[in-house]
Design a protein around this ligand. Sequence first.
Ligand code: F6P
Length: 445
Amino acid sequence: MVWPSVVVRYFRRFATLGGEDVIELSLEKARKWFTEEHEARLEPLARFALGELHNRERDAFGKGWIDWPVADHSALYRDVDAIAADFRAKSNATVVIGIGGSYLGAQSALSMAKPQFTGEGSHEVIFAGQQLSPTYHAHLLQYLDKREVTLVVVSKSGTTLEPSAVFHTFREYLEKRYGVEEANRRICAITDAEKGSLRQFADERKYVTLPIPDDIGGRYSVLTAVGLLPMALAGIDYKRVMQGAAHMREELAKHSPATSPAIQYALARHVLYQQGFVAEALVTYEPRVADFAGWWQQLFGESQGKDGTGLFPTMLRYTTDLHSMGQYVQDARKLLVETVLDVHFADEPDLRVPQGLDEKNAYLNGVSFSRLQEVAVESVMVAHSEAGVPNLLIRAKGDAESLYGELVYFFEVACAVGGYLMGTNPFDQPGVEAYKNEMRSRLKA
Ligand SMILES: O=P(O)(O)OC[C@H]1O[C@](O)(CO)[C@@H](O)[C@@H]1O
């Protein structure tokens, strides 16, 4: 395969894990818009933004995630393992209730960090409270009658409407089904260590609890108990995920802004936004990675969409969406930047199209699916970029669990630095309050 030349390359060898993980960024198909001259001119700004990230005097309330992967978490791991073992023994389905950062990270980890369709393990992890659908939740409750159930409620504030409404509904279901005392033993609350109404409620009921650190906001919290307990329940080796994040932290620390793929990605998006592009689609080709784009969307949307500025983060699942949105991307007004997140897992199996196809399909005879994917990535990038859609490419290859942690940390750094490039605080989200206040006042009226 002729791979686009790698302009910024991050490479790491997992000596201890015996594997090899690679994450590389190619800017080639965006070079028309984000030039070497931009890179050179904006180098001082990138340096400043990176400095702001590590300036602990500034926005300290949101920066707990930076050193989190290398802190000692033995006590947390012990608690996570004990709760996961207990819940797996007591039940064959755990409902995890949460929304936003209390949901998207866990969902993306469960999709990406383990293979699909294995049929292994009988323990289901089912998400709820990530919307208000009566149909979804009523059908789920009916389904739970056939399962042994435990519940995890995740809310940092403890007052978010969706998880509160759903948690108390499902709690009541558990209490009726198992009695209050047994129900209390089947519920875990992941919330603030000290404050908030969920913390108070959980302490009164003597639920097992896990803390969400004060200085880690919801969208940066997937590597805390928020993501780790669902991962453990689903049988994911979350310690490898954490090792991946720790190694990415270590690797990025070795780079200057000019060679760091995370900073170059942040800078490229910044320059493209300034040139009038208004939206960025994270393009995935691997179904296991599609939910990761949902986590990425909240990360960038809440961190950078403020003060009347910021690229609108959206997602495209190729090749599926090429058959619905490909026309728009190719031909419509040029608003969009595509960032292709091309992920390959170390244990990736391959398939071949059989021989002997009819004349019109003969060019597919014996071709491997990996080759088809590869050609799709290359061809779409060429067609779209030549039509005026800048294409950034992040290619990642490696062990699914460690790669998940690496990618989380990579994008968290890029996002926070991108916020500082724009002069915004990447750790607050004042804009989410307006509709909430409106809802509350209508419901209280
Ligand atoms: O964990 P909580 O407090 O329920 O918040 C859930 C999500 O809601 C938001 O506060 C937005 O409304 C997000 O920032 C957060 O991830």
